[in-house]
Design a binder for this molecule. Structure first.
Ligand SMILES: NC(=O)CC[C@H](N)C(=O)O
Length: 381
């Protein structure tokens, strides 16, 4: 590198990558993952499931369409930082309202550009989501030994409950409606909308929009809401959102709450963290994966129809399909590694998937799951 590096990424094993810093200055410790999606960097960065993770984009050009509030999946970027091949350039897109670098600086998120992301991605594959420190100092002063030590000392995501931290503080009605681009595409209009309570463990906005698109009116409740608080809204169905951290660490509040809902025979639809917590509530186990899934082109097979859907994925934990109890059927599997991607109860409208069917941005192969949820509520009427 011709100029003095202004950022560095120190891996716990002592490997260091240097580059040019952008966005906020300072340092952050996190788990490092890579995402293979070619579009949607803003949606990825604002997906609350990325809390305490730094995302390496394998796609080299990040930032060239800028950012727009319409593409925020949450208030702020949730990923702790990003690693990119090329430095972000001036945006060129009619929707852009700001530059990625300024947006990140304002929101306290660090970026590093000019990194050999192919080499780094290989390191992530070999090490399996290493712990790292990302540091940005315009003067380029780095105490590498101490950064590596911080990465090594960090205890990581296993056992870490983050859903509580990113959840909304208070319940609210989702009044931003359906997808504005849907205009009839797949849109369900019910005479009387389905009353859905969505538990916010780190929900993406497009999930709430998708629920509305498929006929629901949505009340969002904080992660720690009890089953009584959920039932007070007289829901016809309950949605369990995606979210960050270790699903097993939500055993004190979310898992017992879901068990309580199961006893009340409520239609339930869960995705990602919600899927993992539902599986735990049903008596299954979750495990930390050697290689997590982060991308927008992951093939998943619907075991019951044989159909393959291309999905958006973002998870580092998985449901152990060997641990599924009787009466719980595996409905979807990953064609990358055979890991579990979906379950349903044999005799009740209770189901969940590991991938992100709301897929912001795309692909939209799995949107039928929102329709399935609507159908289960319709059948109860
Ligand atoms: N996207 C998600 O909801 C992720 C779930 C969980 N935090 C995991 O890493 O597996």
């Amino acid at each position: 590198m011709a100029t003095k590096p202004t950022a560095c990424l120190a891996l716990a094993d002592g490997t260091v990558f240097y580059g040019r810093g952008f966005g906020a200055t300072g340092e952050v410790v996190a788990e490092l993952v890579f995402n293979t999606a070619m579009t949607g960097y803003q949606e990825i960065m604002t997906d609350p499931s990325y809390a305490s993770q730094i995302v390496t984009f394998t796609f080299p050009h990040i930032g060239n369409t800028g950012v727009t509030p319409e593409d925020d999946e949450a208030q702020d970027p949730m990923a702790s930082g990003i690693v990119v091949r090329w430095d972000p350039t001036e945006p060129s897109n009619w929707r852009a309202t700001a530059e990625l670098t300024d947006w990140m600086a304002r929101r306290g998120r660090i970026g590093i550009g000019g990194v050999d992301t192919r080499r780094l991605t290989r390191a992530i594959r070999q090490q399996g989501a290493p712990h790292v420190v990302l540091a940005h100092d315009p003067d380029g002063n780095f105490d590498i030994e101490s950064l590596v030590a911080k990465a090594r000392d960090w205890t990581g995501l296993v056992g870490l409950d983050l859903a509580r931290d990113v959840s909304c503080a208070q319940s609210y009605r989702w009044d931003e409606g359906a997808w504005d681009w849907a205009k009839g595409f797949g849109r369900v209009t019910e005479d009387r909308p389905f009353k859905v309570v969505a538990l916010d463990y780190g929900a993406k906005r497009n999930i709430l929009r998708s629920l509305v698109t498929y006929g629901a009116e949505v009340t969002v409740l904080p992660a720690t809401a009890t089953a009584e608080e959920v039932m007070a809204h007289e829901p016809e169905g309950v949605f369990l959102s995606n979210g960050p951290g270790d699903p097993a660490a939500t055993g004190e509040y979310a898992v017992p709450m879901i068990r309580d809902l199961l006893d009340r025979d409520m239609p339930i639809f869960g995705i990602c963290l919600g899927h993992q917590m539902l599986a735990l509530a049903l008596g299954a186990r979750t495990v930390k994966m050697g290689h997590g899934h982060h991308g927008a082109n992951h093939p998943v097979r619907d075991v019951e129809t044989g159909k393959v859907e291309i999905t958006s994925m973002n998870h580092g934990f998985a449901v152990d399909s060997q641990s599924l109890p009787q009466g719980v059927i595996e409905t979807h599997v990953s064609l990358f590694d055979g890991s579990n991607c979906g379950i349903r109860m044999a005799d009740r409208p209770v189901f969940s998937v590991q991938h992100h069917p709301e897929a912001a941005p795309g692909p939209q192969d799995s949107l039928y799951l929102f329709e399935r949820f609507a159908e289960s509520m319709r059948a109860r009427r």
